[in-house]
Design a protein around this ligand. Structure first.
Ligand code: SF4
Ligand code: SF4
Length: 379
């Protein structure tokens, strides 16, 4: 890639909708305007991060104020054909957004929140890791996708941002199957990159006003970062996110593979960082907006013979475990485990927490993502 990728950094310290609206408008202007991205007659699908039902303050989902402000801009600029949807980890779009304020904001704007109705098999022979996908019919019928992602940590990929948000384009239960098909962080990242190559979202907007650190993406802790990020390049956007949390961008598999597979760039010298006050160096941005104590996995990637052997033997790897005192025995983890025969199960009866079979476990961390009580940790 010769041209540098633009990332827009918008300082934004609260979820006041007017403030977000003004910021997003400025960001779009810096990117060349909506007209340069989307034709008026196109059918737009807005894709927020709607992992599961949770209070907005917990930073599990893209904040309704960000979604509402972006929808308002689209409407004001004359875009008539817009829907919003996600293939949620648990529940449907309408159930996850009910009572969050996103439902009322969308209603006011006349933007339907759709529950994806059926999966469509699409082949993608150009795929490097994944040559086919089952995607929602509603995505197949859209002309243009805007990704409204959330700034969060992720047990498998270290972070979930722009590239990872696209996993919600895989229809329903096929998401769980994807983890068995692409069990390592690298193969999963390459599949995600192929998915981004296939869907080609036109724009990525990241809600990083309050991010999630620690045990993300479903059970971490909210932490104020005070920024909105926007870019047409998901890798550049995730790279800036990584830098702001003092994580080397190349340590994020979706960044590393994303650049190699041509969807964007992660290197500082290939990115132009713009704020409403003009260009800013990454170093300066990290100094002003970064958080060195952000809780994220910064351990180096090991690729030596011993590490590969340990991986093959399934030892010395990160693994999920259950904190007994927090577990309510709901079985959500068991249901979300994609491994045939289940790698976590009520081996000792439903009166006791489920038990892991680490020999079967592929470390996809779906159980940890979905646990409603933050009872599953990773060690
Ligand atoms: S999902 Fe969480 S709370 Fe529910 S059974 Fe599993 S560990 Fe316990
Ligand atoms: S037990 Fe958890 S981490 Fe292991 S395969 Fe099942 S869902 Fe994935």
């Amino acid at each position: 890639m010769n041209k540098k990728s633009k990332v827009i950094l918008l300082p934004c310290d609260s979820y006041r909708e007017e403030l977000i609206y003004t910021n997003l408008k400025k960001g779009l202007e810096l990117l060349g305007g909506l007209d340069s991205l989307i034709k008026k007659e196109e059918k737009i699908l807005l894709k927020p991060n709607l992992l599961k039902k949770a209070e907005v303050e917990k930073a599990v989902i893209t904040h309704p104020a960000v979604v509402g402000a972006f929808g308002r801009i689209l409407r004001e600029e004359g875009y008539g054909n817009i829907i919003l949807g996600d293939s949620c980890g648990t529940g449907s779009t309408s159930k996850v957004i009910r009572g969050t304020g996103m439902d009322t904001a969308l209603e006011k704007l006349g933007i339907p929140a759709v529950d994806f109705s059926e999966g469509v098999h699409v082949s993608y022979p150009q795929g490097i890791q994944a040559k086919e996908f089952i995607i929602p019919k509603e995505l197949e019928e859209s002309d243009c996708v805007i990704s409204l992602c959330k700034m969060k940590t992720h047990a498998l990929e270290r972070i979930t941002g722009a590239v990872k948000n696209s996993y919600g384009f895989v229809y329903g239960l096929n998401k769980a199957k994807g983890h068995t098909r692409y069990p390592s962080a690298d193969s999963f990242a390459r599949m995600l990159v192929d998915l981004n190559r296939y869907v080609k979202p036109r724009l990525y907007v990241m809600d990083g006003i309050t991010a999630m650190e620690g045990n993300g993406p479903g059970s971490g802790d909210p932490v104020k970062m005070g920024v909105l990020l926007m870019s047409k390049d998901p890798v550049a956007l995730d790279s800036v996110f990584s830098s702001l949390i003092h994580l080397k961008p190349q340590m994020v598999p979706t960044n590393y593979h994303g650049e190699k597979m041509g969807i964007g760039v992660w290197k500082e010298e290939d990115i132009v960082l713009l704020t409403p006050d003009g260009e800013i160096s990454l170093k300066e941005a990290v100094k002003v907006y970064g958080n060195p104590s952000f809780h994220v996995d910064r351990r180096p990637v090991r690729r030596g013979i011993w590490e590969r052997m340990a991986e093959a033997l399934n030892i010395f790897q990160k693994k999920p475990y259950i904190e007994d005192n927090l577990c309510i025995r709901c079985g959500v983890c068991v249901n979300s485990c994609p491994v045939p025969g289940k790698a976590v199960n009520f081996k000792n009866g439903k009166g006791k927490p489920p038990v892991y079979d680490y020999k079967k476990c592929i470390r996809c961390f779906c159980c940890q993502e979905m646990c409603p009580k933050k009872a599953i940790k990773v060690k």
